[in-house]
Design a protein around this ligand. Structure first.
Ligand code: KIV
Length: 262
């Protein structure tokens, strides 16, 4: 799997299945089950480390887990989150830290934010580092956003998000994650940009879907967000649950209306 193939999937209307992954065992299982993109998400701050947000996650943590995932994955494309504080200061700071993640096995790095990140996106892409944007609910800004809540619900913020998405794509982002935004807005963004748009709590009309693996297996101890479906229900084992997730994303039976926001 590579970025070009993912962009061709979008062009051909084939939905992309993305799942978070933090270790070699789950990476191998997800890969075998047909997951196309493994996201080494800084959600590991919650799922692996037991924090209440992604903010305490370090670059070293992300390097370590990227290495673990890269050791387990055979085919899937590996995207790694740049942790809080590792890319916001200057494009040069972002490059130095992104290079460490690429050396650990990432094939693309993900950064949160819109207009403010455009120079950094250009700087990284021009130097050979593929970048995935992340708009909507950006968990590293949770304290500024006032919690984990649906974003861009009014016309002005929806318009700004759409403009940010177009600008990120134009600056060279190769992929975009949209988190917790109204389904109609996510559909409009997916149509407006040429790059794959991967939704989480963003409705069924995105080009692909991502879930946190612990959430979709029903093993996260915290509260499960409304946009999650527990794929272990009715599955004989974890591999079957992940295979069912991939099939549901491809068939667009997940996410259903009850997993989406208006
Ligand atoms: O860190 C993560 O797992 C993520 C997903 C929620 C998209 O960024």
């Amino acid at each position: 799997m590579n970025l070009l193939a993912l962009q061709q999937m979008k062009a051909q209307g084939e939905k992309i299945a993305v799942l978070t992954s933090y270790d070699a065992s789950f990476a191998a299982l997800s890969d075998k089950a047909g997951v196309e993109v493994l996201l080494v998400g800084d959600s590991l701050g919650m799922t692996i480390q037991g924090h209440s947000s992604t903010l305490p996650v370090s670059l070293r943590d992300m390097e370590y887990h990227t290495r673990c995932v890269a050791n387990g994955a055979k085919n899937a494309f590996i995207v790694t989150d740049m942790p809080f504080g590792s890319y916001q200061k200057t494009p040069e700071q972002a490059f130095e830290n992104a290079a460490l993640l690429m050396a650990a096995g990432a094939q693309m790095v993900k950064i949160e934010g819109g207009a403010i990140m455009l120079d950094t996106v250009r700087f990284l892409v021009e130097r050979g580092i593929p970048v995935c944007g992340h708009l909507g609910l950006t968990p590293q800004s949770v304290h500024q956003l006032g919690g984990y809540r649906v974003q861009a619900k009014d016309e002005a913020t929806a318009r700004r998000l759409l403009e940010d998405a177009k600008a990120l794509a134009q600056a060279g982002s190769g992929m975009l994650v949209l988190e917790m935004v109204p389904a109609a807005l996510a559909a409009a963004v997916s149509q407006a940009v040429h790059i794959p748009v991967i939704g989480i709590g963003a409705g069924k009309y995105c080009d692909g879907q991502v879930l946190v693996v612990q959430d979709m297996l029903g093993i996260y101890a915290g509260k499960s967000p409304r946009f999650v479906r527990n794929f272990m229900q009715g599955a004989a084992n974890i591999e079957q649950a992940i295979t069912d997730y991939v099939a549901a994303v491809k068939a667009q039976t997940f996410p259903a209306v009850e997993h989406s926001f208006e």
